[in-house]
Ligand binder design. Structure first.
Ligand SMILES: NC(=O)c1ccc[n+]([C@@H]2O[C@H](COP(=O)([O-])OP(=O)(O)OC[C@H]3O[C@@H](n4cnc5c(N)ncnc54)[C@H](OP(=O)(O)O)[C@@H]3O)[C@@H](O)[C@H]2O)c1
Length: 273
C-alpha cells in the first residue's frame, strides 16, 4: 500500500465505517467528490465490512488501516489513540477527526508533530446530508487543510470554521442541538394531541412547522426575532402563546441547557479515553 505521499490511488481513507463514516462516504460519492475506487473505508467488524462492500461496490473496504492522501478518523472516541498510532505508522500526512471530545493535542500527540490535523464537530443530521459541522485547525494545519476538510464535510451539510477553544460551545449548541429540537417537537406534538388533534395530524403539523420555520430563517436571512415579530400580531393568538413561554422561562432554560452542555463537553474533553 502506498504511504500517503501523493502517489496514492486513494484520495481518502475513512477510518471507521460506522454511522458517521458511512454518511460521509455516501455524501462524498453522491457529490462526485471522488470515484468510488479512490476512497477506502477501514472497518474492524467483518459483518459491517460486508454491508459496506454490498452498499458501495467499488469502494475499497479493508480490515486494516491503509494509507491515502488524507484520512478521516470516524471511530469512537475511545478508539482514536489506537487508530492514530496505526496512521502514524503508515505515514499519514493529513487527518480530519470527527471524534467528539478528542482534542487536537490528543490527536497530535498520537499522530506525531508533522501531521496536519483538523478537528470537527458534526451533528446527527449529517446522517441524511443535512448536518451542521464546525471545524478547527490543529497547530500545523493551514488554510489548504481547512479547505480540504470543508470539502469533505460539505458533502454532508453546512460547515463553519472556528478555533478549537470554541468547539465545546459548538458541542453544547449544534452538537446537542438536534436533541433540543426533538424535545421541542415531542412537546408540541403532545400539545396538539391535548388540543384535540389526531396524533398523526399533530406530528405532520409539527414536523412541517419546524422544517418550514428553519427554511424561512435560512432562506430569508431575516433575524429570528424579526420573523417571530412578524407572526405576533398585537393582542393576537401567537402573543398569548409566547407570553406563556416567556412566563415559564423557556428562553432562560435554553440558555442554561447550552451552558450546561458546553461545560459537560469541557469536562469530557480532558478525558477522551
Ligand atoms: N453519529 C453522529 O451523528 C456523530 C456526531 C458527532 C460526532 N460523531 C463522532 O463520530 C465518531 C463515529 O461515530 P459513529 O456514530 O459513526 O459511531 P459508530 O457507528 O459506532 O462507528 C464507529 C465505527 O468505527 C469502528 N472502529 C472502531 N475502532 C476502529 C479502528 N481502530 N479501525 C477501524 N474501525 C474502527 C467501530 O467498530 P466497533 O463496533 O468494533 O467499535 C464502528 O463500526 C465518534 O467518534 C463520534 O464521537 C458522531
Amino acid at each position: 500500500m502506498s504511504k500517503g505521499d501523493g502517489s496514492s490511488p486513494l484520495r481518502l481513507v475513512i477510518l471507521g465505517g460506522g454511522r458517521m463514516g458511512e454518511a460521509l462516504l455516501a455524501g462524498l460519492l453522491k457529490a462526485g467528490w471522488a470515484n468510488p475506487a479512490e476512497i477506502a473505508v477501514v472497518e474492524t467488524v467483518a459483518g459491517r465490512r460486508e454491508q459496506l462492500a454490498k452498499q458501495h461496490p467499488d469502494v475499497v473496504v479493508s480490515a486494516d488501516p491503509v494509507a491515502g492522501d488524507g484520512t478521516v478518523v470516524a471511530v469512537k472516541p475511545a478508539d482514536v489513540p489506537g487508530a492514530c498510532a496505526a496512521l502514524r505508522d503508515l505515514g499519514a500526512a493529513r487527518v480530519l477527526s470527527v471524534a467528539a471530545g478528542v482534542t487536537v493535542a490528543t490527536l497530535e500527540a498520537a499522530l506525531g508533530p508533522d501531521v496536519a490535523v483538523v478537528r470537527a464537530m458534526p451533528n446527527t443530521p449529517a446522517l441524511i446530508g443535512a448536518g451542521t459541522t464546525a471545524i478547527a485547525p490543529g497547530t500545523v494545519a493551514g488554510s489548504d487543510d481547512l479547505d480540504w476538510a470543508e470539502g469533505i464535510l460539505g458533502a454532508v451539510g453546512e460547515v463553519v470554521r472556528v478555533h478549537e477553544g470554541l468547539l465545546d460551545a459548538v458541542t453544547g449548541l449544534s452538537g446537542s442541538g438536534p436533541a433540543y429540537v426533538f424535545l421541542v417537537a415531542e412537546a408540541l406534538i403532545e400539545a396538539g394531541v391535548l388540543a384535540g388533534l389526531p396524533r398523526d395530524v399533530s406530528t405532520r403539523l409539527v414536523t412541517g412547522t419546524l422544517l418550514g420555520s428553519a427554511r424561512l430563517l435560512a432562506e430569508t436571512g431575516e433575524p429570528a426575532e424579526a420573523l417571530r415579530a412578524g407572526v405576533t400580531s398585537p393582542g393576537g393568538t401567537t402573543a398569548a402563546g409566547v407570553r406563556v413561554l416567556e412566563q415559564r422561562a423557556v428562553r432562560a432554560a435554553f440558555i442554561d441547557a447550552v451552558a450546561a452542555a458546553t461545560e459537560r463537553s469541557r469536562e469530557l474533553g480532558f478525558t477522551p479515553n
